[in-house]
Design a protein around this ligand. Structure first.
Ligand SMILES: *Cc1c(COP(=O)(O)O)cnc(C)c1O
Length: 357
């Protein structure tokens, strides 16, 4: 099967070809860009670009499995709470499966690209007063009371699909494990999936040692980083605020599983500021790769870890870029609408002058 998720079917879900709802998805590139490695201050840094999935984020890897399972259990409808990418993905896969989808999004907090996608694929979008955490409460309520199948990352089938990011990148490295795998961390579903995948790959003998996970949070939405600093002695909630909307989550749902993932991988958790995230994004964008703000947190996190002296830079790093650059068109440089448009002649002159410099 051409899907980068169902290729690993035995480790994901035993479903038949007829049952599977696949775009296909996965098979994303592992990129090497020296500008990004130099920026992070390390010798080797590869970028696993999950923005190359059909709806532009890694969420498709979990959604193909969750929607397949929804059909298997005869769900009448599916629902999720989302900061945008889960809703885009749900909307596309539900459309393909021919099943109604409801998405709950925090009012005024979802980027334009994600809203446009969700609506285009035809999900019913319901804007909720409050933040993501409030949306998740609504989604859980709708699921419990109305029997709608919930596909947030609390849904174990999504986690199973997301494990294939790790399997695929290890295979791309011919099963030579990197030393550190960095990823942005919000609701912590992906952190949980990565930990589970690494433990399973090791138990199966596919890899001979387990790389360290580096979960990276935005400073303004960093309950997990705070928890890590306190040796996870309590569960931390915060009021979340960051430009990286995909990880703007104050009360992560997969906390316990993510704690296990960090412990199982001897992992670490750091927080980076929005300035650090947007600076890293600029470096990633300017070498022609591009990503959405939350994704750049992984690279910013590697840089931060390097500067802390906790690693020495000779380690081999993989940073996961979780979403596509078009997801959040307002985050990068925007066209300068303030200066007037030029005539054809003036435009020619401008380029000529520019080239002379
Ligand atoms: C969902 C998402 C994240 C965060 O993943 P969690 O599983 O919620 O921790 C990070 N980046 C992007 C682009 C996402 O869509």
């Amino acid at each position: 099967m051409r899907s980068g998720v169902w290729r690993f079917r035995e480790l994901v879900l035993q479903a038949t070809d007829e049952e599977i709802v696949t775009h296909p998805e996965g098979n994303t590139p592992l990129l090497s860009r020296s500008a990004v490695a130099n920026y992070a201050g390390v010798e080797e840094l590869l970028l696993k670009h999950e923005g190359h999935n059909p709806t532009g984020s890694f969420k498709d890897r979990g959604m193909t499995v969750a929607i397949t399972q929804a059909l298997r259990v005869g769900a009448r409808a599916v629902a999720c709470a989302s900061t945008g990418n889960t809703s885009s993905s749900l909307s596309a896969y539900a459309a393909q499966a021919g099943i109604p989808a409801y998405v709950f999004v925090p009012e005024g907090q979802v980027s334009r690209g994600k809203l446009a996608q969700t609506l285009a694929y035809g999900a019913r979008m319901i804007r909720v007063k409050g933040d993501f955490d409030e949306c998740l409460r609504v989604a859980r309520d709708v699921s419990a009371r109305l029997g709608v199948y919930l596909v947030n990352s609390l849904n174990p089938f999504r986690i199973e699909g997301q494990k294939t990011i790790v399997f695929e990148l290890l295979q791309q490295l011919d099963w030579n494990t990197p030393d550190v795998i960095a990823l942005p961390a919000g609701n912590l579903g992906n952190t949980s999936a990565f930990g589970k995948a690494l433990v399973e790959a090791h138990a199966l003998g596919l890899i001979d040692r387990i790389p360290r996970l580096l979960a990276v949070q935005a400073q303004g939405a960093s309950p997990f980083a705070q928890g890590f600093a306190e040796h996870f002695s309590r569960r931390v909630h915060v009021q979340a605020e960051t430009r990286a909307t995909a990880i703007r989550i104050g009360n992560p749902a997969s906390w316990d599983r993510a704690v296990r993932a960090i412990r199982d991988t001897n992992g670490t958790v750091v927080a980076v500021s929005d300035e650090e995230i947007l600076e890293a994004k600029r470096v990633i964008d300017r070498c022609g790769v591009g990503c959405e703000p939350a994704s750049a947190a992984s690279v910013a996190g590697v840089r931060k870890l390097m500067r802390s002296g906790e690693v020495d830079g000779s380690e081999r790093f993989v940073a996961v870029l979780t979403g596509h650059v078009l997801k959040d068109p307002d985050a990068g440089d925007t066209p300068d609408d303030a200066t007037p448009a030029l005539s054809a002649e003036a435009a020619l002159h401008l380029v000529a002058r520019d080239l002379e410099r």
